[in-house]
Design a protein around this ligand. Structure first.
Ligand code: ADP
Ligand code: ADP
Length: 227
């Protein structure tokens, strides 16, 4: 049974029919714990698609549902990682990743702190938990952002070009670190990237979008042995 279902989903920002829809006619079933990457040229509607799944944007056509229930607003069970991690500069790395828990529940427990340290270790940040964000490289900060999103234990993790500001080697290292994390914390993931290599490394399926008319061109199954 699929977990996230898109049926005839489209979005038009401008009611003027002379301006094309950003996204049209997307049919997609994502299984629970499946990792789906989305690639395609700039402006083909990747972010629009992600925002509709997140419930941040309402489709103007069709329907997005999660476990059979129509998405009609921002959801608690969705974690989002954007291009820049926006860490709070006055809090340590550990306190940054615990911050959403504190914000949501007013407090966090010893067990949460232990979990934070475990996830940081898995992301290769074991010795950085007590450092301040500006002591970390861009790639490390981005990993902190991902750990922060995972600590809330979302059912669905949406990532919009989280590594596009990083150099190729850093991206690759983060890719391998993430694979370890997914193995131990399987999540339903939608991952937008400009990098086909990254998509193939991380994803079970790659959705290729085309610029006109903002729709899915092809869906590729990735069946590579994991390193
Ligand atoms: P990317 O290509 O990295 O997805 P863009 O530069 O296209 O980002 O968009 C950056 C921001 O500007 C996004 O939040 C998007 O919603 C907004 N945006 C993009 N195109 C338009 C537009 N034609 N009119 C208004 N806002 C737009
Ligand atoms: P991508 O993420 O693939 O770069 P987007 O989803 O950001 O693509 O944008 C798809 C199309 O929708 C583009 O033509 C973009 O200019 C337009 N667009 C994006 N956001 C907005 C917005 N807030 N208002 C109007 N047009 C937008």
């Amino acid at each position: 049974r699929s977990f996230v279902t898109l049926a005839g989903v489209g979005h038009r920002y401008d009611p003027n029919p002379a301006i094309p829809s950003a996204v049209t006619g997307i049919d997609l079933d994502i299984r629970r714990h499946e990792f789906v990457a989305v690639v395609g040229p700039s402006g083909c509607g990747k972010s629009t698609l992600l925002r509709m799944i997140a419930g941040l944007l309402t489709p103007t056509d069709g329907e997005v549902s999660v476990f059979g229930k129509q998405v009609d607003g921002p959801r608690d069970d969705v974690g989002i990682v954007f291009q820049k991690p926006t860490l709070l500069p006055w809090l340590s790395v550990r306190k940054n990743v615990l911050f959403p828990l504190r914000h949501k529940y007013g407090r966090y427990s010893r067990a949460d702190e232990k979990r934070a340290d475990e996830l940081l270790a898995m992301a290769g940040l074991e010795s950085f938990a007590d450092k301040m964000p500006d002591e970390l490289s861009g790639g490390m900060q981005q990993r902190v952002g991902i750990v922060r999103a995972l600590l809330l234990n979302p059912d669905i993790l949406l990532m919009d070009e989280p590594f596009s500001a990083l150099d190729a080697m850093t991206r690759e290292q983060i890719g391998f670190d993430l694979l370890k994390i997914w193995e131990e914390n399987p999540k339903t993931v939608l991952f937008i990237t400009h990098s086909i290599a990254e998509a193939v490394l991380l994803a079970d399926r790659v959705l290729v979008m085309s610029k006109r008319p903002g729709t899915v061109l092809d869906v590729l199954d990735v069946d590579l042995p994991r390193p």
